[in-house]
Design a protein around this ligand. Structure first.
Ligand code: 0PR
Length: 365
């Protein structure tokens, strides 16, 4: 068998996105694919060889910064939300220099914070959430002490798409002089394009770093994550010397890193512009409503009224339903608490996909 034919046979085993309602990734935009191809073989780990790609990365970082009300922010394009969160916390920890450091995160935080606690040797303190699954401010305040090096807020939680009270967290962070990292891996490219965007970004003075991933709602090719900092001092706190490279210092976590994510993310944002992105987000929100109506007609109630294009429905049979659907090659997910089935209505989850899915879902339940 020809090797490409062999590869195709493996790829055919994958489930097509038209049957996936659980993913925060999506089919890359066609321009993202073209841009990706143009930049295959680029390595941002050795900037002297790829000055053009470096320039493009800077442009993309300021484009994202502008969207988040800080055009002259610092940062870089990384492998995804996990790396961005690691670097955000690592920078805060290095700047604060506390013995036995801890961070305070919402209970609803993504599991990348488990890795952070292990890698960075910081204690992770988890604050409870209120009945709307937003972090409880009094809890956060109570968990902070003299060894706290960062507070974390989430703008678009993985399980429910909820937004923490970043405005109040920012005030707390200013008051206590503790960096506030906002995990907007998902919501970063949704919220700014909504009708009444919640102010989750650098407009809040306490916000020192933001995770924002183009490979989620930015429709870029994987991998494309983003970590943005309020200013250069946070990047400086991450630097190591690179004695034999074309550059003297490196602040990234990985060494060799692709320029493909930079190019594909830039292509999508530049070509679509804010208006194009608004259209995409509007359609996802409309399709989320359609899904809520269809599910309500079957007696399923959302855990919270969806804030963005993530929605979960309460059911004691969550695990069983998920597994039965998977046997039929449909992918949905479940959440930790309460028992519920969860959907992410990405751009590939069209009205037609929802219609096809509901047909199968009715047979299963
Ligand atoms: N922060 C938040 C709020 C996230 O939702 C995620 C990932 C991350 C950080 C970590 O990002 P990376 O996975 O890019 O490192 N959220 C999704 C999740 O874990 C990622 C995902 C994407 C899962 C596609 C499944 C899938 O098919 O659920």
């Amino acid at each position: 068998m020809d090797v490409l034919e062999e590869l195709r046979s493996y790829r055919e085993k994958d489930i097509p996105y038209s049957r996936v309602l659980s993913s925060m990734c999506t089919i890359p935009h066609e321009l993202a694919v073209k841009a990706h191809q143009l930049f295959i073989g680029t390595n941002l780990g050795d900037p002297g060889i790829f000055p053009g790609t470096v320039e493009l990365e800077r442009k993309l970082v300021s484009m994202l910064g502008e969207l988040l009300h800080r055009r002259d922010c610092a940062g870089y394009i990384c492998s995804g939300g996990t790396e961005a969160n690691i670097q955000g916390i690592r920078s805060a920890r290095n700047l604060k220099r506390r013995k036995d450091p801890n961070i305070v995160i919402p209970k609803t935080a993504h599991f990348s914070f488990e890795k952070i606690c292990d890698i960075l040797c910081v204690e992770v303190r988890r604050a409870n959430v209120d009945e709307d699954y937003r972090v409880d401010l009094a809890e956060v305040e109570g968990l902070i002490d003299g060894r706290t090096v960062a507070i974390v807020g989430i703008a678009g939680t993985t399980e429910l798409g909820q937004i923490d009270p970043i405005v109040e967290l920012s005030k707390l962070s200013e008051e206590k002089d503790i960096p506030l990292h906002v995990d907007a891996a998902f919501g970063g490219l949704v919220i700014p394009f909504m009708d009444r965007p919640y102010p989750f970004d650098f407009a809040n003075k306490g916000v020192t770093s933001i995770t924002i991933d183009p490979h989620k709602m930015g429709m870029a090719t994987i991998p494309a994550g983003g970590i943005l900092f309020r200013d250069e001092s946070f990047l400086k706190a991450l630097e190591v010397e690179t004695p034999y490279l074309t550059s003297k210092m490196q602040f990234t976590l990985t060494g060799t890193r692709p320029g493909t994510g930079v190019a594909s993310a830039y292509a999508v944002l530049k070509a679509l512009g804010y208006n194009g992105m608004r259209e995409i987000v509007k359609r996802c929100l409309k399709n989320t409503r359609i899904l809520v109506e269809e599910m309500s007609a079957l007696g399923f109630e959302p855990v919270i009224e969806p804030v963005m294009n993530v929605v979960a429905f309460k059911t004691e049979r969550a695990e069983e339903i998920k597994q039965e659907l998977y046997r039929r090659r449909w992918v949905i997910s479940t959440i930790r608490e309460p028992r519920a089935i969860r959907f992410v209505v990405m751009p590939h989850v069209t009205e037609e996909v929802i219609k096809n899915f509901m047909g199968e879902f009715r047979r299963v339940v």
